[in-house]
Design a binder for this molecule. Structure first.
Ligand code: PGA
Ligand code: ZN
Length: 444
């Protein structure tokens, strides 16, 4: 047995940032190297995501993951025993074959991802490499420190019914490095907190560590973010941009998109017009999920109308799955993809989506979930794949700052080789010097 062969795999039930159970796995290699990983969990999940296996029944309101843990011990561990950890692709293929379903519903994407990610870490440890370096080797990408889009205000399913738009994010357009980018985001957050207190509004936190104040309209939150940016010295438009995640799959109703805070139901075309209006009156540079996950016709129109100016990001639409991204590329839908490993299940499948996006000229935003853990692998994934952008939530609460802090450490580890993506990573005009519109990659 080679010294990097998988010798043991263990898993356990632990808790995420919402206090809900999640899966942690540990992998031990024959030579003694170890890797571990914890799995995040979404709230505004897409219908086409891989399945997160939960126990059901009365215990922990059905949210327990003992079945997923048992799947690791009883099925996945024997399936990968003896495989060299360096062969991530073969291991991930074995994990998927052991599950045997297209949506990972037998063993759970939570079980698969915990093992897959722990293998990547064990392999990095075996080679005495940082995890980001391992991802760079696996993806063939040039490591790159990502431009963060940083949550300041939250609504929708992450904030218990404040405004309808799920995320209002600050984008540090003029930062010249990742440390400065994070510092600017912290300043904007502090200014936002001051503004809320001055206006007598709550500073209680939403799921991603941002503020979730009750505001009268969606555009009031947008105005508040512009004010916070200005107060923090992040001149809206030149130093500070805004990214929005409408998570519109969760607003979709028969006949359109419901915006309860405004008491209206809008058609897809009206949603696109609304985003266009916001982008015309405030420094919006990126919009995610402006339409629902199955509204392909609406998305085509949205991309045609907005994609020249804005980064248009598909999250619930693509669910980090190659087939859906391939369709999007063919139909000229979106110009950027949100990447969340647990929407698909394994490291290798995630890397394949990043590679496909790359070939098509789509921007890539590596993203956390609203239920996160203290495990910072997302930072390593963003750097190692050269994704260019990262979305982690607010600069608050340790499941978020663990990733920002990891980026700061990685920047040091990279030393003189450190390169920062900056605003050029954005698709659309926000990227200013970006590579231009998506390329046609028929058959890619
Ligand atoms: P989720 O939200 O993790 O609850 O799906 C994140 C997002 O929509 O980007
Ligand atoms: Zn989203």
């Amino acid at each position: 047995m080679s010294s990097d062969a998988v010798a043991a795999v263990r898993a356990r039930e632990v808790y995420d940032s919402r206090g809900k159970p999640t899966v942690e796995a540990e992998v031990v290699l024959a030579g003694g190297a170890r890797g571990w990983a914890m799995v995040p969990s979404g709230a505004s999940t897409g219908r086409h995501e891989a399945v997160e296996l939960r126990d059901g029944g009365p215990r922990l309101r059905g949210l327990g993951v003992r079945r997923a843990v048992a799947a690791v011990h009883e099925v996945l561990a024997p399936a990968v025993a003896g495989f060299p950890a360096g062969e991530q692709g073969a291991i991930d293929a074995a994990l998927c074959a052991a599950d045997g379903t297209p949506d990972r519903s037998r063993l759970g994407a939570n079980a698969l991802l915990a093992v897959s990610m722990a293998v990547a870490r064990a392999s990095a440890a075996h080679a005495a490499l940082p995890l980001w370096r391992r991802f760079a080797d696996l993806s063939g990408a040039e490591p790159l420190l990502p431009l963060p889009m940083v949550n300041v205000f939250s609504g929708g399913l992450h904030a218990g019914g404040g405004v309808d738009v799920q995320d209002y994010l600050f984008v540090p357009l003029a930062a010249d490095g990742v440390a400065e980018a994070i510092e600017q985001a912290v300043e904007v957050r502090l200014a936002a907190g001051d503004l809320l207190r001055e206006r007598g509004l709550t500073t209680l936190l939403a799921d991603e560590g941002g503020f979730g104040p009750p505001l009268p309209t969606n555009s009031a939150a947008l105005d508040l973010l512009v004010d916070a940016m200005a107060r923090a010295g992040m001149a809206p438009g030149s130093r500070g941009g805004i990214a929005l995640d409408l998570a519109a799959s969760h607003l979709a109703r028969a006949g359109g998109y419901a915006l309860p805070s405004e008491g209206v139901v809008r058609s897809g075309a009206e949603m696109v017009a609304l985003v266009a209006r916001w982008a015309a009156t405030s420094p919006v540079v990126s919009v995610e999920d402006p339409l629902g996950e199955d509204d392909w016709a609406g998305w085509r129109q949205a991309t045609a109308d907005l994609g020249g100016r804005l980064q248009v990001v598909g999250d619930d639409l693509f669910v980090t799955q190659e087939a859906r991204l391939r369709r999007g590329i063919a139909e000229r839908v979106a110009n950027a993809v949100l990447v969340k490993c647990n929407q698909v299940g394994t490291v290798s499948e995630t890397l394949a989506v990043v590679a496909l996006a790359r070939r098509a000229g789509y921007a890539v935003v590596v993203s956390a979930r609203s239920g996160e853990t203290e495990d910072p692998w997302l930072a390593d994934l963003a750097v190692g794949t050269g994704a260019g952008q990262i979305k982690v939530g607010a600069t608050r609460t340790s499941e978020r700052t663990s990733k920002y802090n990891r980026l700061l450490r990685i920047a040091e580890e990279m030393g003189s080789a450190a390169r920062f993506a900056g605003r050029a990573a954005l698709a659309g005009e926000g990227g200013a010097s970006a590579a231009g519109p998506p390329r046609d990659i028929a058959g890619a």
